[in-house]
Design a protein around this ligand. Structure first.
Ligand code: MG
Length: 331
């Protein structure tokens, strides 16, 4: 009897240890903590109803042959999750330019799937972005792509759809961008009723005031993209964003840079920190451009950085170091 009690006690003790270890792992994952996200008023809320603001990196264009596709690896995602404590990442499915998805579907899809699957394994949110400046020209391809993505991933709370990276300044919100978005939303919602969808706004995601004056109605869990590059965009753009927020428009900074709007030029730490104050104040989520070693100041990495993560300070550019520290301290 006594021997039996010890066996039973040992069994429950080891069971308890196993349970607490896995509970601890789960508690560390952003998706385990926040679950299915929704949009309520101007905010993202988690499944407990708490306002949720996430930070992380954006991968560079996925295009074959551009060089930065080398970072689309499981190891890179693991390092962002476990060393940078990212809550969210973004994949930029290149949908224009040489080697883009329309020219090399298998190569680009392989890379995007690798990163999305790794995000799910690591409990990260992941934005799947149709990275184009003229998405309305390829709307049928975009619809097919997002249908297949929704079929594969719509049941995972991790996945967020971004249907149009950056419409140009000449691409009118009300007559071009908004109708494109409504068509894509209908397509995705036919498969996935609930995951968040990010809509691009006119002028490289700066004219959020136009979207606030003429928002999409009758849909739920929709966010609008606000992009900034800290050395180029300052108080004027923040004022425009505040106008939209005051009108109740839910914004997400799905891409930002610490440099000029070209992705190159001056690294502006001071302006970046002002923007981060703004993001905190309004509880906005944000993703930095970009996971790249290209010779431009927006790149996080030096060419020495391994493709599969495990980076040290020596692998990071000045922007990369600042961005890593911002992401680490965000939540
Ligand atoms: Mg879903």
């Amino acid at each position: 009897m006594r021997c039996f009690q010890i066996v039973i006690a040992t069994f429950f003790l080891s069971f308890a240890f196993t349970q607490s270890a896995s509970a601890q792992d789960a508690a560390l994952s952003p998706v385990a903590k926040h679950g299915q996200l929704s949009v309520v008023g101007p905010h993202i809320r988690d499944e407990n109803g708490a306002i949720t603001s996430l930070a992380g990196p954006s991968f560079f264009w996925s295009n074959t042959g551009w060089g930065q596709e080398r970072f689309y690896t499981k190891g890179a995602v693991e390092t962002f999750a476990k060393d940078w404590y990212a809550g969210i990442i973004r994949v930029a499915m290149g949908a224009q330019g040489s080697g883009n998805y329309l020219e090399d579907k298998d190569g680009n899809l392989d890379r995007v799937r690798t990163v999305v699957n790794a995000a799910i394994e690591n409990g990260l949110y992941v934005i799947i972005d149709w990275h184009s400046h003229h998405a309305e020209k390829d709307i049928e391809e975009a619809k097919l792509f997002f249908t297949s993505i929704a079929q594969a991933y719509g049941e995972y709370p991790n996945v967020i759809y971004e249907i149009y990276n950056e419409p140009l300044d000449t691409t009118d919100w009300s007559t071009v961008v908004k109708p494109y978005a409504e068509e894509l939303i209908e397509t995705i919602r036919a498969v996935d009723p609930d995951n968040l969808i990010i809509v691009g706004t006119q002028s490289w995601d700066q004219d959020v005031d136009k979207a606030a004056d003429d928002p999409i109605t009758g849909e739920s869990n929709i966010l609008y993209a606000l992009h900034f590059y800290a050395a180029s965009h300052k108080g004027d753009l923040r004022k425009r964003a505040e106008y939209a927020i005051e009108k109740g428009l839910p914004l997400i900074i799905s891409e930002w840079g610490s440099v000029e709007y070209t992705g190159d030029g001056k690294f502006d730490k001071k302006s970046t920190l002002k923007w981060m104050d703004f993001a905190r104040k309004h509880r906005l989520s944000h993703l930095n451009w970009s996971v790249s070693d290209k010779g431009e100041t927006a790149s996080m990495f030096k060419p020495s950085a391994a493709s599969d993560g495990g980076w040290t300070d020596d692998d990071l550019t000045p922007s990369g170091k600042l961005v890593r520290d911002i992401i680490r301290d965000w939540e």
